[in-house]
Design a binder for this molecule. Structure first.
Ligand code: FAD
Ligand code: UDP
Length: 376
């Protein structure tokens, strides 16, 4: 009999497995239906010997020192500040939109103090900012919105930004200076030996057993356990009782080129052309020195593995019904991006897992309402 069965060996499941085993001394069986640990953050060396991310680029960034410190127990880090260019009107321009983006796009030579007035002259008045369109047009106007956001968002999510919650495009800031970093967080790093190695270190505890290629649905009745942590899709746990929660999927095309470099930065976004949204070149992230280079092209899909919860009102309503079921299920904790249907970054999932552990430690039942979690 295991004290705990944990479904999913991604950030949510692995962080909790380690805490429970090392701090409570209880036994944990962690199962994952994939053939590896790490969830969507899994990385591996490909045939050419290049370290790549099987499920698209993962860059660690956080403002929460406690989260950075926690993960630092399991990995050393490589400082890395992420930079992204967008191909717009045939040029490669910095995204987030900044002073250089505007100057290069329009052939201007605005200074930092001019650009706020430039945005203000273009911005549309939006009485209440509700959607992903509102966020951008109210800040930089319709033209920049159409060039940088509308096409990309339609491709990525399969709906127009006017149908999506404001939180989606609000992830990308607008800057009036020349800062071309994608994230503004205090801590920006890549795990020195990769994510998978970090997960292996986290799970290398004698009280943790890992079973891969094992679907919870096949073993739930045959593996005796006292309590359960579920980090898969919440609608799947409840056999889609209220219908399917929509998740956005991606197809990844991994390509190795027999030349040293392909593009000037780790990620190039394609908001106006191509069926793919972005191209990632891993050597920029990993710092690996190699005569060849591996890239990933991301093609958004309506079906396939669930990667993104889709932040729209109707989906939030449907999720609330599942959340109510989850709260009525004793001794089962729902944690992570799929199980709580939140568009969380890695640090937020780690924060949610650590907060869940604190609740377990203080004897709060799994059926108690979870406080809203905000990190970053
Ligand atoms: P997951 O990593 O999805 O892990 C859940 C695991 O549960 C999976 O391995 C799955 O196989 C397993 N599972 C599900 N159901 C079952 C079942 N029935 N039985 C057995 N196993 C099951 N975040 C960042 O901070 N920075 C980034 O740059 C970044 N880039 C991203 C790029 C892409 C393309 C994607 C899709 C996400 C990105 N993220 C990024 C988000 C990051 O991937 C997530 O925040 C994090 O991986 C979520 O961890 P999790 O444990 O909640 O879920
Ligand atoms: N986005 C966009 N154009 C870009 C970059 C982002 O329209 O060049 C929008 C798009 O809707 C995207 C969202 O902003 O899904 C969030 O971007 P982020 O890079 O955070 O997406 P993720 O890395 O989570 O896929």
């Amino acid at each position: 009999m295991f004290d705990w069965l944990i479904v999913g060996a991604g950030f949510a499941g692995s962080v909790l497995a380690e805490r429970i085993a090392s701090q409570r001394g209880e036994s944990v069986l962690i199962v994952d239906r994939r053939n590896h640990v790490g969830g969507n953050a899994y990385d591996r060396f490909d045939k050419a010997g290049l370290l790549m991310h099987q499920y698209g680029p993962h860059i660690f960034h956080t403002n929460a020192k406690s989260i950075f410190d926690h993960l630092s127990k399991f990995t050393a880090w490589r400082p890395y500040e992420h930079r992204v260019l967008a191909e717009v009107d045939g040029q490669l321009l910095p995204i987030p939109i900044n002073l250089d983006t505007v100057n290069k796009l329009y052939g201007l030579s605005l200074q930092e103090e001019d650009v706020e007035a430039f945005f203000a002259s273009k911005a549309e008045t939006v009485p209440e900012i509700r959607t992903s369109e509102d966020v951008v047009v109210s800040r930089v106007g319709r033209e920049l919105y159409e060039k940088f956001f509308q096409g990309y968002t339609r491709k990525q999510w399969g709906v127009d930004p006017s149908q999506l919650d404001k939180s989606v495009t609000a992830r990308v800031p607008v800057r009036t200076n020349r800062d071309d970093r994608y994230f503004g967080d205090t801590f920006q790093f890549m795990p020195l030996d990769g994510y998978t190695r970090m997960f292996e270190t986290m799970l290398a505890h004698p009280r943790i057993k890992v079973m891969l290629q094992t679907d919870y649905r096949d073993v739930r009745d045959i593996i005796p356990h006292k309590r359960l942590i579920f980090t898969g899709p919440v609608d799947e746990y409840f056999d889609y009782r209220f219908g399917r929660l929509p998740y956005r999927s991606l197809a990844f095309e991994h390509v190795t080129l027999e030349r040293e470099w392909h593009q000037p930065v780790a990620v190039v976004n394609y908001p106006q052309t191509q069926a793919y949204t972005r191209v990632t070149e891993y050597k920029h992230l990993t710092g690996q020195v190699h005569p060849h280079t591996t890239l990933t092209y991301e093609y958004p899909r309506a079906s396939g593995d669930p990667y993104y919860p889709i932040p729209m009102e109707a989906n939030a309503q449907l999720y609330k019904r599942y959340e109510a079921l989850a709260r009525a299920t004793p001794d089962v904790w729902f944690v992570g991006r799929l199980a709580t249907y939140r568009y969380y970054n890695m640090d937020q999932v780690v924060g949610q897992a650590l907060a869940t552990f604190e609740r377990i430690q203080s004897g709060v039942p799994s059926t108690a309402r979870q406080p809203e979690m905000v990190v970053a």
